[in-house]
Design a protein around this ligand. Sequence first.
Ligand code: NAI
Length: 244
Amino acid sequence: MGERLKDKVAIITGAAKGIGFATAKRFAEEGAKVMIADISMEAVKTAAAQIPNAEAFVVNVTDRTSIQIAVDQILERHGQIDILINNAGITQDARLIKMTEAQFDAVIDVNLKGVFNCTQLVVPHMLGKGKGAVVNASSVVGIYGNFGQTNYSATKFGVIGFTKTWARELGAKGIRVNAVCPGFISTEMVKAMPDNILQDIEKRSWLGRLGTPEEMANVYLFLASDEASYVNGVALEASGGISL
Ligand code: NAI
């Protein structure tokens, strides 16, 4: 328990499970009021019930109305939004030759347009206060690409583009924007990969293992907190050194 985010209001998208849920727990331990935003009513309620000072919001990041309703409710209840963690993301993998247009569009919609939607609807409030921190979920595949991930890796490269652009546009107005580039983290998204590929990934990480959601939560915590007050526009790789 600490006070690194004392009294801050944080929205975390995709926080019902995986890295988002671990981040919500960690932020609450540091004194934040955590707004769990995810697509299923049951999942957000279950997640929020496990975290002190957490509230549940049904938000589909591809649906701007659902985001706006949540933002309005949060501002009504708390009068502030200090932190936005754009964590929601999906995969629909296939090699270029086999990828359908529907697979391509679905991943672009959630991982890329979803980040644009949430940030565009939250930032006007942060501008009004003259402060805020936005942290976006990119990935190591947003730096290096990945076999079978035409759609996903394009979105994660795109998120770094957003991050560097918004860091320039918003920095002088008191809002820092950064990205996290996780390597391979043991969540459902990664557990869905074939065993032989997972073993190969473990070998390629110089720490010899996958990362944990809790380790990613600590990276989000640093970038979202005032400890990172001079960090703006970075894409911070947290991968056990997989790219070395
Ligand atoms: P996960 O699949 O465990 O959780 C993702 C959450 O996002 C789920 O609760 C899901 O319901 C939610 N979500 C999906 N579509 C949504 C939508 N349209 N609106 C709102 N919420 C939605 O995923 P995980 O592994 O925790 O990943 C979190 C983020 O980290 C993603 O952006 C992912 O791309 C990124 N990432 C994950 C890595 C990993 O190894 N697990 C590696 C690099 C990046």
